[in-house]
Design a protein around this ligand. Structure first.
Ligand SMILES: [Zn+2]
Length: 436
């Protein structure tokens, strides 16, 4: 009799426990949050390496400060339970195995090098939040289906060097370039523990990753201005550069009448105005800039005979900025005729736009909204490691507001709450992606 009664009770108890476990595992990921205090402690500790008196950092790649920062990041990655190694390109890679068989790795990360006189958020927020994601998974004993790789790319500010090594690869010419630290890329890569002779080993094949998510500060002011919590990045803009030479005739500034001048600088001034007009003549978020100018001979008493200036156009749509460039060239011909000067453009140097994956955009957007955040789809006007990794598989980027739109400056700042929000969106996006 006793046995007869105990069995159903026992079965009932077991099923309750099982159901509770299932419920907990279904609930745990969505209620999981990052430890914001830990992220802020780490951000503050990282900011000491290369700290400058203005409150920012000068932690250019391969400098002593960069090495110290990297060692600190490695220690955090180990605390987060990651298996850490330096790849041949000098990137710090922390891995965590997944439960699925034959699944490609999911990558998250950013960079911790800075520009000279940089700030404490560009790259750092994304890197430390990616480590935090791994830390939370370890604490909660959650194993993803996908293998997870947390990557801190080397020398992002010097031209996305570490991420290029994974994607496009680095040319000999590139390896010989001298970086801000005074070391060549080759010397620097070796100094941070990479092996420049084995660079090919760091390279990954297209379609070799499940995806890459990067959290980053906006570096512009639109999210703060519009009071939006999270930016969902549509893509990283392409860039067109061309050097424009304006040839006039240098002559005496006192004796040459105003109607007989071939003033190259006057043409340049009108050209700069024209660039602005052309770029703003069509709807969209394209931008155009004349960022530098050289005047010859450059004296009070000589009419400028030659001007060289730098023209830059950026947009997510390459066809559009190429069309605007042609329009600017046509306008320049007209200006040259009016001012009796000649315009010559160098062959434009192009970096192609890198679009983020549409399904990743949707996932980030839905995840952020489910956490109660307002979102906005936006381009990234600045370059990022994600644009290089887009060659290997789908990428997604999460932006948080930059106060005052200031970046690459000691005044760069993102509110602690925004950092926390972004890190939670990253964590939840990773969990949601892994479920699919
Ligand atoms: Zn950055």
């Amino acid at each position: 009799m006793k046995r007869f009664h105990t069995l159903p009770v026992l079965l009932f108890c077991i099923s309750v426990v099982v159901l509770q476990c299932l419920y907990a595992s279904a609930q745990a990921p969505s209620t999981l949050r990052v430890n914001a205090q830990r992220i802020h402690e780490h951000l503050s500790a990282l900011s000491k390496f290369g700290a400058n008196p203005q409150g920012g950092v000068s932690r250019v790649a391969y400098s002593d400060a960069d090495m110290q920062g990297r060692n600190y990041a490695i220690s955090l990655m180990k605390q987060a339970g990651l298996d850490v190694h330096i790849d041949a390109a000098g990137n710090i890679v922390g891995t965590r195995p997944g439960t699925g068989t034959g699944l490609k790795p999911l990558l998250i990360g950013s960079h911790i090098d800075s520009v000279p006189m940089g700030g404490n958020y560009d790259g750092d927020v994304g890197s430390l939040s990616a480590i935090e994601v791994a830390h939370v998974l370890q604490e909660k004993q959650i194993t993803l289906r996908h293998p997870l790789e947390v990557i801190i790319f080397q020398n992002e500010e010097g031209g996305t060097i570490g991420s290029q090594a994974l994607g496009e690869g680095l040319s000999e010419k590139m390896m010989n370039l001298v970086s801000q630290s005074g070391k060549s890329i080759r010397e620097g890569t070796r100094a941070v523990g990479g092996d420049p002779e084995q660079l090919a080993a760091a390279r990954r094949q297209p379609d070799s990753i499940a995806g890459y998510f990067e959290l980053h500060i906006e570096q512009g002011g639109s999210l703060e201005r519009e009071k939006i919590d999270i930016g969902v990045v549509e893509g990283i803009v392409g860039i067109l550069h061309s050097d424009v030479t304006i040839a006039g005739f240098a002559n005496h500034a006192g004796t040459t009448p105003m109607d007989q001048r071939h003033d190259a600088l006057l043409s340049a001034a009108r050209f700069i105005e024209k660039v602005n007009q052309v770029v703003t003549s069509v709807p969209g978020r394209q931008v155009g800039t004349v960022g530098w100018i050289k005047v010859e001979p450059g004296a009070y008493n000589v009419i400028p005979g030659k001007v060289v200036l730098g023209l830059e156009l950026r947009d997510l749509d390459e066809e559009k900025f190429v069309r605007l460039f042609k329009q600017i060239q046509t306008e320049a011909e007209g200006l040259g005729r009016q001012n009796q000067t000649r315009f010559a453009f160098t062959e434009p140097v192009l970096s192609h736009p890198a679009l983020t994956d549409k399904s990743f955009q949707k996932l980030i957007d839905e995840t952020a909204r489910s956490l109660g955040f307002t979102t906005k789809l936006m381009p990234s006007g600045a370059g990022h490691d994600a644009q290089e990794i887009a060659r290997l598989g789908p990428v997604g980027m999460i932006f948080i507001p930059s106060i005052g739109g200031i970046s690459h400056s000691p005044k760069e700042f993102s509110r602690p709450q925004d950092v926390e929000n972004g890190a939670n969106v990253l964590l939840q996006t990773v969990l949601a992606f892994d479920k699919k």
